[in-house]
Design a protein around this ligand. Sequence first.
Ligand code: ADP
Ligand code: MG
Length: 620
Amino acid sequence: MSDTPKTTETATEVAEEQGPMFSDLGLPENLLRVLDDMGYKKPSPIQAQAIPPLLEGKDVLGLAQTGTGKTAAFALPILARTDAASRTPQVLVLAPTRELAMQVAKACEDYAKYTPGMKVAAVYGGQDYGTQIRAIRGGAQWIVGTPGRIMDHLKKGSLSLTDIKAVILDEADEMLRMGFIDDVDWILGHAPKERQVALFSATMPKQIKHIASTHLNNPIEIKIESKTATASTIEQRYWFVGGAHKNDALLRITEVEDCDATMVFVRTKQATEEVADFMKANGVKCEALNGDIPQAQRERVVDKLKKGTLDMIVATDVAARGLDVERISHVINYDIPFDAESYVHRIGRTGRAGRSGKAIMFVRGRERRMLSTIERTTRQRIEEMPLPTAKDVNAVRRERFKATVEGTIGNPQAVMFKEMINELVTDKELDVVEIASALAHLAQNGIPLFLNENERARQPQRERTEREDRGDRPQRERAPRKSPGDVSTKAMPLKDSPDVDMVRFRMEVGYQDGVKPGNIVGAIANEADLESKFIGHIEIFDDFSMVDLPDGMPETVMSKLKATRICGQPLHLQVADGAKPVNRKPPSGRPAGGNRRPGNGDRRPGGRSGGGDRRPRRDS
Ligand code: ADP
Ligand code: MG
């Protein structure tokens, strides 16, 4: 992977100095051959440390963050131990999201390229059971999936753990965060006693330690010192999208920032063209770069950027792969990347060769979750930046205009006009300043040089700043938000325990943060050590949620809950305004509908029945 930026610390950038080679780790020839094909030169630290014990059949507890190469760390040794001739499930890999499950399944298939007969079945929610059952029955030795769906298959009898020799928990802390930890526990509890377990996690909350101490047998503990995944020479900021179109914002930002060359990342090929057209129309030397553009032409575009005849490229991730241009001073994430790893790759296009670089990301309300995921995995804070004002832009334009004029003086092409100007001065007795102003006006070709500074500042009309939302600052008084008249602050009695006094609480996380009922149940059940059946009615709104909990929870538990985060957001749990413990007299029968909202009203806390994947899922 020669395209890996030098300045990042992903697995692809493996310690070049020392350390073993893959061939020193005891891996069989058919796997070494794949690594050679894939261009892996040396094992990453987690691979160097985890492969030998896993090959010996030992349990491993690995603490390592994203991008350290965990997949190969477990896939290679466990593949070496899998019997391809036996067509029953032997390896179970649990991953927190369908995306990760698919990604791991694909990687395992790749690593098994020269292992005839080895099959990997991916099993996750949102796909029909039939396809998955066929894959399992089709002789897959490896089952890679999300805990919820795996458990469903186990309960349906469409998957059996009888011959399982190894279980891998990938990104265990993420599974915890997503409310899967009980499922993981259950699955491990149903796996054969004589099996190998590898648990990987970026952090070690106590619930993960608990899983490790319950289900791992004398594990080899490996800790990869977490380095920031992104280069410290890159200054990272984001603009919270609102009040202005992204195109206008891009133009303003690149004008005000002292950009040399700029790399703009968008999601689709079409967007590369649209954004590039807009920038071109606004006088920026800009081109699109996407997979539809023939290779030769793509190379020309990159060449132009290198030479400076081009100042901006708008690209998709794929098209920008391998791009190495030293003068890129700015990376703009016009569309938020799909995952933290591609963020690291994208911003690695700048800050090269020891230079400093700047990365700016446009973040929409519903994308804040990805922002915090990125901050979490890169362990680097991304600062919010305001959109440059018209005044800022005009100040820059003013200076640039003057500099351009100054820089043109003495230009041989300009010199030929001297005689004519002289004639205007002497024959028409015109003032040079008047003449120059008229020429400048002509040169503008009808396009105003300045933005209208009196236009109402179209800043995002948010009630709270992003940072306040994320609770990173000491809490200020909350600006009044939309006070939805339909939000009831009265708790509803529990269906199964109507005698328990309930109180309605408000939490400062909502749909915008990607919260699903499962996350709330999972987080509260874990943090408060509360049986999920005591977690009552849940209602999720755009930027907050309501949950009913038993009255009189101990203060220690409450303060823990207040500090708990869901989807990266602190809950700031507090009693909903004016809420009083609900009357213990249960109404006869449950209020039909009540103030429930479709979508989450039917949740039964802790309810396990029902098909489909009702689990929270990352959708970005
Ligand atoms: P993690 O699971 O720790 O986030 P992955 O296993 O997804 O990391 O690996 C991250 C990237 O690094 C993948 O693109 C993978 O192909 C690549 N990679 C992994 N190990 C190596 C290696 N030893 N040399 C080069 N690239 C590697
Ligand atoms: Mg991984």
